[in-house]
Design a protein around this ligand. Structure first.
Ligand SMILES: C[S@@+](CC[C@H](N)C(=O)[O-])C[C@H]1O[C@@H](n2cnc3c(N)ncnc32)[C@H](O)[C@@H]1O
Length: 174
């Protein structure tokens, strides 16, 4: 797996965004170590975070990834043999996120990496909160202050399990 992650990281050089390897590996380890099976994420782009999550999920796991863009590069890193565990959905979090949680019960983990402004992040975290055990973000200190991640974890007294660069993951229930 480490060699595959090296290859993945080398592809990131040509992209503007995407979770870097060190944070991607922490995301992978979190998903594996916490027995996560069902995930919803926002913000796919080429699919770096989707790749790390899918690599860690069990064979009967599920990742639902939401992105507002219809560009052909969206999710293009994801190998075809993982498509049975991956649903890519086109739409904005405002219009689709709650519907995805209502349609797909027993989601363990929500991961944000879409619109990094304060209001959209808070909207995503608050929408996910009643449905999941863990919430993560890949822009904990990108735009701000006021940082949405800090505001959210303080507001709900959330235990932070992972804090590395722009990656943050907390336990919200369970
Ligand atoms: C930082 S990139 C995602 C990077 C990706 N997580 C990775 O590690 O490769 C942000 C993505 O969020 C999408 N996006 C922006 N605003 C959005 C919204 N309101 N709802 C859903 N997707 C959105 C963009 O189209 C873009 O593809």
């Amino acid at each position: 797996m480490l060699k595959i992650f090296d290859e993945l990281e080398s592809k990131r050089a040509g992209t503007r965004n995407g979770i870097p390897r060190v944070e991607g590996e922490a995301l992978y380890t979190f998903v594996k170590d916490h027995g996560i099976k069902r995930v919803i994420e926002t913000g796919i782009e080429w699919g770096f975070s989707s790749y790390y999550i899918l690599a860690a999920l069990p064979n009967d796991g599920l990742l639902i990834s939401l992105d507002s863009s219809r560009s052909p590069h969206i999710g293009s890193l994801i190998p075809a043999e993982w498509f049975n565990r991956w649903q890519s959905v086109c739409g904005t979090s405002k219009t689709k996120l709650q519907e995805l949680f209502l349609l797909n019960r027993e989601i363990d983990f929500f991961f944000h990496d879409s619109d990094h402004h304060f209001e959209p992040q808070m909207f995503e975290f608050e929408t996910a909160l009643p449905f999941v055990n863990y919430i993560g973000s890949h822009d904990v200190h990108l735009y701000g202050p006021q940082f949405a991640w800090d505001t959210f974890i303080k507001k709900h007294n959330i235990e932070v399990l992972v804090s590395l660069g722009q990656l943050g993951i907390g336990r919200v229930n369970g």
